[in-house]
Design a protein around this ligand. Structure first.
Ligand SMILES: [Zn+2]
Length: 343
């Protein structure tokens, strides 16, 4: 599969094409007053789509059965109810309306040694297990602070860690040195369709005079279901300098989004589009890289939040907001889709 260049580049062009979607006919509508636990402010969704309305408050909803959801701003929780709308009424949310989160399964792999070829005399880069512990903690931190928060608790991530001590032979591609999925899957036969949603590989770019540069920080493969393993694949190439903990802290402070950025490539370029969601228009081929087109700024954390929660304002018209959203995240994951175990 195709590699992604995953450093966000400045964007100078706005997409000019507009979609020609007509608005659906609306039937009778009713004013519905929405309340939240402790009157905490939240973003209101109807049938999985962000309405642009903050609640507590009142909104007009068409007659019929609807899924009404609220993503609470401060507690990062999503509450949902299915409601028959047939009259002016009040819908009150409580914490009991929090759905059971969908479990996503990650395999995190730290590479102890990476090298250019199998010959033996060339240089290698290395991470010790304690250095990989630092990297794994960075990943686990991001799962809590970004993945699970931005999904408003509709996902919970279970991670298996499996470091590889066998030297991994790098591939030389047009963007530089890469760890290809096949170099990992041949060593780990447990990677099969339906087992993991995404594999995250972490390896060392340079060590002393040994260097495997590439024009990227992280790479993701953007169409997991088209790959043999039907699993998302992400590789982060880390320039650890003299002290990996210092480098990671610097990223956590100034540019913390690498893990969620790469994960979003695995689900935000094809996977959710293929089930009919409206994601941002692609910039240079990738929806995840369209942040500046939609007027978001570095380090893009608001972009990832709104991408995941389906709240990117769509300057091109209809639908009003773009992205994934909590209702979609409660449905089939990548591995469930791969296994055919999900309706
Ligand atoms: Zn990218």
């Amino acid at each position: 599969m195709k590699h992604l260049l995953c450093t966000l580049l400045p964007v100078f062009f706005l997409q000019a094409c507009k979609k020609n979607n007509g608005k659906p006919d609306t039937d009778t509508t009713y004013n519905i007053t929405i309340s939240t636990p402790g009157s905490e402010q939240g973003y209101l969704y109807v049938d999985g789509k962000y309405t642009g309305t903050l609640v507590p408050g009142t909104i007009t909803i068409p007659t019929g059965r609807h899924t009404i959801g609220v993503a609470l701003q401060n507690s990062w929780s999503y509450l949902r109810k299915e409601v028959d709308i047939s009259a002016k009424s009040t819908v009150g949310f409580s914490l009991a309306d929090k759905p059971v989160p969908k479990t996503w399964k990650a395999l995190w792999i730290g590479l102890n040694e990476t090298k250019e070829n199998a010959a033996g005399s060339e240089c290698s880069t290395h991470f010790s297990t304690s250095e990989l512990d630092e990297a794994y903690n960075f990943f686990a931190w991001s799962l809590k602070e970004h993945f699970e928060k931005y999904t408003y608790g509709t996902t919970q991530w279970e991670t298996e860690r499996k470091d590889i001590t066998t030297p991994i032979i790098l591939s030389k591609e047009s963007i530089g040195y890469t760890v290809e999925p096949s170099s990992i899957t041949t060593l780990l036969p447990q990677i099969q369709p339906g087992i993991y949603d995404c594999i995250f590989v972490f390896w060392r770019e340079s060590e002393g005079s040994c260097s495997f540069p590439g024009n990227y920080f992280g790479l993701a493969w953007s169409n997991p279901l088209a790959d043999a393993t039907k699993t998302g694949f992400v590789a982060v190439k880390f320039d650890a300098g003299n002290n990996i903990a210092d480098k990671i802290n610097d990223y956590k402070t100034n540019d913390p989004g690498v893990w969620i950025h790469e994960w979003l490539h695995t689900v935000g370029e094809n996977f959710y589009q293929d089930v009919g969601l409206s994601l941002p228009e692609k910039e240079s081929g990738f929806s995840v890289h369209a942040a500046e087109t939609y007027h978001y700024t570095f380090p893009w954390m608001d972009w990832y939040r709104d991408f995941v929660s389906g709240r990117i304002p769509n300057h091109n018209g209809s639908p009003a907001y773009l992205g994934i959203g909590p209702e979609a995240l409660l449905k089939c994951t990548v591995r469930e889709t791969a296994a055919g175990s999900c309706k």
